[in-house]
Design a protein around this ligand. Sequence first.
Ligand code: NAD
Ligand code: APR
Length: 238
Amino acid sequence: MYRRIVILTGAGISAESGIQTFRDQDGLWEQHHIEDVATPEGYARDRELVERFYNLRWQDLHRDDIAPNAAHVALAKLEREFDGEVLLVTQNVDNLHELAGSKRLLHMHGELMKGRCPQSQQTFNLKEMFGPDNVCTCCIPAERLRPHIVWFGEMPFGMDTIHHALDECDLFIAIGTSGTVYPAAGFVDIANHRCAQTVEVNLMPADSHSQFQYHFTGKAGEIVPQLVDSILAGEVVG
Ligand code: NAD
Ligand code: APR
């Protein structure tokens, strides 16, 4: 059956875990200006404002009721039990895929739990939220760590690995992403060019909906476990 699978997740896979998405009703981009909190220019203009934004998201992620949902758990099971290759690429900066057990995971937009030295680009696991105490240990004098987040205008991480995996894959599944932000929104085109089967899992048609061959409309927490079980049973998705 399938030998190489690439999975792309977006904010929608964490929605059922209680984490706000960006563009749904009451999403993050309805409450904050992207140019103020998600661009290098915004950070240079008002570092404290950006740190407050990420500290709010940090507090959100550390709420007692936040946990991986059935979709995260199913993707970790696929990685464990599938006898081919699975690459999980996430646009999310939360750590729910890790908490669910996924290991072959690529955070193309960075990770909220890490800070990055603006000089050396070295990353550090954060023990606490962003603030003056979060400094690097690689420079003298120590530099204040920035959020290890890819902002608009910056290059996402891992693009060579992602493109190589997309060129080789026979199944591409996008879960809970609006398909509005490039380069992630263009991954389906690469997979289609590779003649892979392309599948969209979303509550509603994403911007890139027409590029997918198959669509499962509904909650990721309900659809993804079923999809994983059928793949592990050797069934064709479409
Ligand atoms: P962008 O991702 O919105 O746009 C990317 C580029 O694709 C732009 O040049 C845009 O003109 C182009 N584009 C948009 N729609 C297109 C289409 N339909 N066809 C072809 N091209 C299209 O902005 P960006 O500045 O490129 O963002 C860079 C990266 O930073 C993106 O991957 C983005 O997801 C990421 N990012 C992360 C965060 C975060 O909080 N983690 C926030 C913002 C952006
Ligand atoms: N199950 C499946 N899909 C869902 C669910 C759910 N329970 N809840 C929401 N969705 C879908 C929405 O229909 C929407 O298409 O998830 C998508 C969320 O879209 P966005 O909020 O735009 O999030 P995302 O696609 O991850 O944004 C991409 O933009 O701002 C940047 O870097 C940021 O990584 C982010 C990128």
